[in-house]
Design a protein around this ligand. Structure first.
Ligand code: ZN
Length: 709
């Protein structure tokens, strides 16, 4: 490309080849690099638009590929900045990042909203070249058109104006919604002063509640500024409706009346007074429906599904019903068992909403009590990695080799690995692993991100490079990093995403790896990989006590495995309740009619819970996923992807998990379909390529012990 930047520049963010020079990137590089990239991109976009307007016939090469070329300096210049923002934050970097972000967003919008580009892509769709385009390119074109159309580009005149007004109002309403949830959550607190009421509370909760009390002095009603300081042991303690406080409180507080107060406050959150979200909910539903109709859809759920794998609302509802029917009997057994258990422990009243969590936790303790501390010594990071890479080699025929020192890194703990095809020895990809928690400058959680995407261009083939970021326990003193079981599972999960990014065989960046994959399908390989942590020989094979070398005792493994299915039917019903309510509100519910959203909530509740709903329950008022997040008419995706991943793993179980040849053969097929197709083929077709049929929810039900095998 003649417009390429001058390669001799000193700014590491303007490098055009090789791996990002992470060791040289400084916050001071951000502003000049972004300015250079943006002005170049703007010039480039304008010249592309001008050529198209002057009558150049649109082709895949002169529109989509050209846009991809325009985006490449962002991959190398902005990608590392946003990565470092998450893993090596500093006040200077944050300042540079926040100043640049709106400019980056603007240029993205500029492309997305360009009518000239939209018309060019559209004429490509309708032109003579279309039939001859490979499947992946067809998908890229169609996705670009659809995303522009859902953003209103096909509308004109008053309809366009109205569409934009709706977008503005919805954006404000969703902010208001989440602010009210936050404010309502903050407005409530329960102060406990009697040490008798704190009996049985775990130390971490006492600590949190004591700290919360001290922070609340003079700021929270009922805690005067001159109140004596609280200590974790003696109190007073302040409990709130935030998850880290609310959940353990409900599980451990022995005072039933206090649990009742907490629960009633929780289920009425943001439903009264100044924080009441009821009207916002109705308004959001009205606007979403109106927008759907402007776009030519029957309702908002059809808009949401247009970009997803699930073929129709009916298909989603069918999945709901299959899972619900299977979960119901199991949830009934959970309830009977819990009632008996509580009775034996001397509790003879009826079990109510505020009792279930408490007694379930007692039952869990009695049955499979194990602590993170018991498991950790068996999971040193090195051993776990060895086990993980062993699975990758056995199942997918790839070998992972350490290549530390061959790539500049942002922290001495960061590792670098190369991935090869085990048979041919050809390199396929590479990845960074940033394993440990670093609270001082690294965001929490775990994620996989692309560093470089697979792309074939005039300059040859660019191999994919992934970022695997975890927040595992760092080494302490002379001890190696000892992981909790949850951390091990998380590593497998992110590695699964990484495999899909790295083993792609698609050469067009927009459809390579995880790019362009419908997001109700994107958790397939990640959740699939977690299953190996519950396969006895695999898991035991990657454990070795860091002092004695002993593998994890079999009985501990059995407890881990049993804990996975504990009260699974009850848990599944709760997830279905949220998903089904979401779908009904965005399909058949009429937001202008006499029924309220809470009538829908009530109706679905009756089908998904063994206890009758408390009449004041307004959980919708705090359902930020669908009213303030990206999950509207999409909450079902969690289960949809789980159905896929469980069914994919079932293919390995059917082949025989202990039959090495069968595992290799099935793994090869998984690699050649799910892991290689990327966004270049519809995920339903990809799934069928692998499984020779459509997904079957039975595998998920079996995995959670909800169906006899
Ligand atoms: Zn994930």
């Amino acid at each position: 490309m003649t417009d390429a930047f001058h390669p001799t520049t000193d700014n590491p963010l303007l490098a055009t080849t090789g791996l990002p020079p992470f060791d040289r990137i400084e916050p001071a590089h951000v502003e000049p690099a972004v300015t250079a990239i943006l002005s170049e991109a703007e010039r480039w976009i304008a010249s592309l638009e001008a050529r198209l307007q002057e009558g150049e016939t649109p082709t895949f090469e002169n529109t989509i590929e050209e846009l991809d070329d325009i985006g490449r300096p962002f991959e190398r210049g902005w990608g590392p900045v946003s990565h470092l923002f998450s893993v090596k934050n500093s006040p200077a970097l944050r300042k540079a990042y926040e100043a640049a972000l709106p400019r980056i967003v603007d240029v993205g919008l500029r492309v997305k909203q360009s009518e000239v580009l939209y018309r060019a892509v559209k004429s490509l769709r309708e032109g003579p070249e279309w039939e001859a385009l490979p499947e992946a390119r067809k998908r890229i074109v169609e996705q670009k058109l659809l995303s522009a159309e859902l953003a209103g580009i096909g509308l004109s005149g008053e309809r366009r104006t109205r569409f934009n007004e709706i977008a503005q109002e919805l954006s404000k309403l969703s902010t208001d919604f989440s602010n009210r949830v936050l404010d309502a959550t903050r407005a409530f607190s329960l102060v406990v002063t009697d040490p008798a009421d704190s009996e049985g509370l775990p130390p971490s909760l006492r600590q949190l509640a004591s700290q919360s009390y001290n922070e609340g002095r003079g700021k929270v009603r009922g805690i005067p500024a001159d109140a004596p300081e609280s200590t974790p042991d003696a109190g007073p303690w302040r409990f709130t409706l935030e998850t880290p406080s609310f959940v353990p409180f409900m599980e451990h507080c022995r005072n039933r009346a206090l649990r009742e107060r907490m629960l009633r406050a929780y289920v009425t959150r943001a439903s009264r007074g100044p924080h009441d979200n009821s009207e916002i909910i109705r308004r959001i539903l009205q606007l979403r429906l109106e927008r759907a109709k402007l776009l030519g859809y029957a309702h908002h759920a059809d808009v949401s599904l247009a970009e997803k794998m699930a073929p129709s609302v009916a298909a989603v509802e069918e999945m709901f019903e299959t899972l619900r029917t299977a979960a119901w009997a199991s949830a009934e057994r959970d309830m009977c068992e819990l009632t008996e258990f509580a009775a034996q422990a001397g509790f003879t009243d009826e079990l109510l909403h505020w009792d279930v969590g408490f007694w379930a936790e007692r039952l869990r303790e009695q049955r499979f009590e194990f602590t993170d501390e018991q498991l950790r010594p068996y999971f040193p990071l090195e051993r776990v990695l060895h086990g993980l890479f062993g699975v990758a080699e056995r199942v997918f025929g790839i070998s992972v080799e350490p290549a530390d020192g061959e790539a500049p890194v942002w922290h001495p703990d960061v590792r670098f690995f190369k991935v090869f095809d085990a048979e041919s020895g050809v390199q396929l990809a590479s990845f960074y692993l940033d394993p440990y928690s670093r609270p001082e400058n690294k965001r929490g959680g775990a994620w996989m991100n692309d560093c470089l995407v697979r792309r074939r261009s005039d300059e040859g083939l660019q191999l994919p490079v992934a970022h695997l970021v975890c927040n595992s326990t760092p080494p302490v003193g002379k001890n190696p990093s000892l992981m909790t079981f949850r951390e091990v599972e998380t590593l497998f999960h992110e590695f699964g995403h990484g495999l899909q990014h790295m083993l792609t065989t698609v050469d067009d960046a927009d459809a390579a790896g995880i790019n362009g994959i419908e997001w109700d399908a994107v958790e397939l390989p990640s959740q699939f990989m977690e299953n190996w942590c519950y396969h006895r020989p695999t898991l035991l094979g990657m454990t070795a006590h860091y002092e004695t070398g002993e593998p994890l005792p079999g009985e501990l493994f059995e407890k881990i495995k049993a804990a996975r299915t504990f009260r699974a039917g009850t848990g599944l019903l709760r997830q279905l309740q949220l998903g089904m309510t979401d779908i009904e509100l965005h399909t058949t519910f009429d937001p202008h009619g006499d029924e309220t959203p809470f009538d829908v909530q009530q109706r679905i509740w009756a089908k998904t819970s063994l206890l009758p709903m408390l009449s004041e329950n307004r959980f919708l008022c705090g359902f930020t996923h669908i009213f303030a997040g990206g999950y509207s008419a999409g909450y079902y995706s969690y289960k949809w992807a789980e159905v896929l991943s469980a069914d994919a793993f079932a293919a390995f179980e059917e082949a025989g998990l202990d039959d090495e040849a069968a595992i290799r053969e099935t793994g090869r097929r998984f690699r050649d379909t799910v892991l290689s197709a990327g966004g270049g083929r519809h995920p339903m077709d990809v799934f069928k390529d692998f499984r020779s049929r459509e997904p079957d929810p039975a595998a998920l039900l079996r995995q959670f012990g909800l169906l006899d095998s």
